[in-house]
Design a protein around this ligand. Sequence first.
Ligand code: HEC
Length: 129
Amino acid sequence: MEEVEKVKTSLILAVALFAAMTLTAVAQTPAPAGQPSAATVEEGKKLFVSYGCYQCHGYEAQGSSATGPRLGPRPLPYAGFSRYVRRPAGQMPPYTVKTMADADLEKIYAFIQTRPAPKAVDSIPLLAK
Ligand code: HEC
């Protein structure tokens, strides 16, 4: 009788351990390239504000005709994006590696990439008239 209880207990422990291991594995799997993790996007959002990008491009990188163009959700490929931010050609101020590390710019890029797409114009009743 006691043996049966012992077996039951170890079975339960084994199942619990397996579940815990599986969950940990899921949590540790790095996001695939091109799909940034939620944590990275969240950090990028904060950096987008602290570096002042939002002042011209809007809090959602949606842009404004008066201050700076829309940046997301389909930004330039990263190489061109970073080249522009480092040495802009127009009115935008430059952000050199000294003022902003590559790691920060990558997080900002992740934030921009994951912004929701704008609604289709004809899905807005007033504009469809
Ligand atoms: C003072 C306003 C201002 C700030 C601050 C600013 N930008 Fe800009 N940005 C612009 C303007 C205006 C343009 C349009 C081209 C130009 O005049 O340089 C632009 C263009 C860009 C482009 C090129 C877009 C394209 O599709 O060609 C990128 C990328 C960009 N900005 C990213 C950023 C990031 C990232 C930050 C923050 C680190 C930032 N900008 C901060 C004003 C600003």
